[in-house]
Design a protein around this ligand. Sequence first.
Ligand code: BGC
Length: 740
Amino acid sequence: MNQLKHTTFLICFLTGIISWSQNYEAKVDSLMKLMTLQEKIGQTVMYSGSWDQTGPIVGTDNGRYIREGNLGAMLNAFTVKGTRDLQKIAIEESRLGIPLLFGYDVIHGHRTIFPINLGMSCSWDLNMVEESSRIAAEEASAEGLHWTFAPMVDISREPRWGRISEGAGEDVYLGSQIAKAYVKGFQGDDLSQPNTILACAKHYVAYGAAQAGRDYHTVNMGEGELRNVYLPPFKATVDAGVETFMSAFNELNGVPTSGNKFTLRDILRDEWNFKGFVVSDYTSINELVPHGFAKDSIDAARIGMNAGVDMDMVGKLYHHFLKDLVEEGQVPERYVDDACRRILLAKYKLGLFEDPYRYINEERENTTKYKPEFLAKAREIAAASSVLLQNNREALPLSKSTNKIAFIGPLVKDEYDILGNWAAKGDRQGKAVSVFEGISEYLKSNQILYAKGCDILKDDESGFAEAISVSKQAEEIVLVMGEGHHMSGEAASRTNLKIPGLQPKLIKKIREANPNKKITLVIMNGRPLNLSEEVGLVDAILEVWFPGTMGGAATADLLFGEVNPSGKLTVTFPRNVGQVPIYYNMKNTGRPIPETNPKEDYKSNYIDVPNSPLFSFGYGLSYTQFTYSNLTLSSKTLDANGTLEASVTITNSGNMDGHEIVQLYIHDKVGSVTRPVKELKGFEKIFLKKGESKKVSFSISIEDLKFYNSDMIFGVEPGEFEIAIAPNSEFKFNTSFYLE
Ligand code: BGC
């Protein structure tokens, strides 16, 4: 037995080396000829190590399972030492010596933490997104990891949903571009390089549309909305070559997505021709039982594999039940073969058959994390991801020569929450730069006054008096407040979108005590908040999200004008929770509010607040001003094979150099199914020196105008299309073209 085991491994290993130029498929086929059914099933099984916990604890005996060939991949197991110990068991003690795959949630950085993904999307900077995931891949792979469960490409229009923080916001076009950039960064051009990792598009699909924003909740939506809004970012990742997909927790129109043949086989495999493998979410196949979709665990295993889930994350179901199900004819053996083949193929692509220890290298582990250039990039990205929401009386930028500035709030000195949720192995102590440390680069200690004031959530006003007294001693006031990092992310839905705890009360008290002073609110949060009261109480609002390891330094760069804010919202901020869902690309309804008489009765409005949001999609201020002029179309008509150029001149008419994110919107006026009032169809981030002008052009073809009609045919319909190039989504169209 022992002899056979080693000989077989040797054969595999040598065939690997000798015929390295042959295609991987042939190698996988020859390996699979040596495998028993149970060993093939073993490749479809993933268990968790104890390095981290990302779901309910499920006890396992990993060493034994690896030895038996019953385990193909692990999550929450990393570090060179840890992965080497486990890989050694797989290589030296299992019959065929097939290497393990190590996966982990590297979501917005691994050690060097970048802003939360929603924040990063507000940079609208695809290069930065790609660079962040490239650095994350460098650091993660140096700790033995081969695979990240990212990017999360769920569109979400639901600020109550805590996981809105993990995505790129509400827009299909921008979300799809960002999705591709993440995949490119993680996977690079050559997966066999030891610094590239597999990406995973998750959570397939429509998880972001959970009813009432409650995590894991039901989703009902028509196929048109599914195809026009929720599927495109996933398709974009397939086009970008993503290697893996994760099926989600939610049901979709009565069929849980981890047992959904329509989305997993018909769309993903047959329509999109996806060749990689699909992993379930954490025990999501088991959850087919409480969903009321499978009668027991065995039934769930049957449904999961038949629907097209190739790997069972932590659930134990494939491990224990799949063999019997195949032998009884309830699961076709070819499904198991296909799943195993896809997983082995990924291992080949990573180069693990050539060298199973390729990602395991002490020197790389010791020298790769927190490299100075990674930290510098994190600082740059955090600044680019922040959004200046308000700047009355030019409260910002602050001046370095102000006598005394008061910094008040529970997040001023924070090094913990600043990393945000899903911060992988980012050290929450000792590495992150707090806002307090950041501003200390700009001010002398005698210029800084500080008071915590209150906690994020605790009901304790005992710090108010000190905070108010400190505020009175200063010429200007900066409040650093927001949510705790655990208030967004998985299982962190909220029904109240206000800044939590006593913080809003403290803001009021500070304003009362300082009626004329300039007050800036720096806000850290994982979702759009209801800032309706605060906009009237403070002068400036700087949204920094959870900005990551270098967040405090980046925030200081913005506060003092070393960097000019350029981020723009990728998600709408409502006036209150009752407006949710609210997003820029809504439908018009049959009774839109008339421009000429906004108060007219029997229109689609509220009687207590306007329909408009507090801050709209695409919105964000700068310390300079940009003016848009001279919108020109190369033609008034577009034909099916041609293109049309739309251009505009942007001028930096203010007093500081800066970046502007120029946005192209189109409105298809009449459709066989109604079309949104406007849709983002392009954008460009430009840099303009003060006084400088630049012409920005977009090329439009019929590809930009296609949508799924009621027969689920993707195409264009002739007619009139309004078009605008604008600084945000809050504008009125005044020109159009015709598609003939
Ligand atoms: C989450 C996934 C994550 C997985 C593994 C689940 O609870 O929904 O996003 O990748 O755990 O940690």
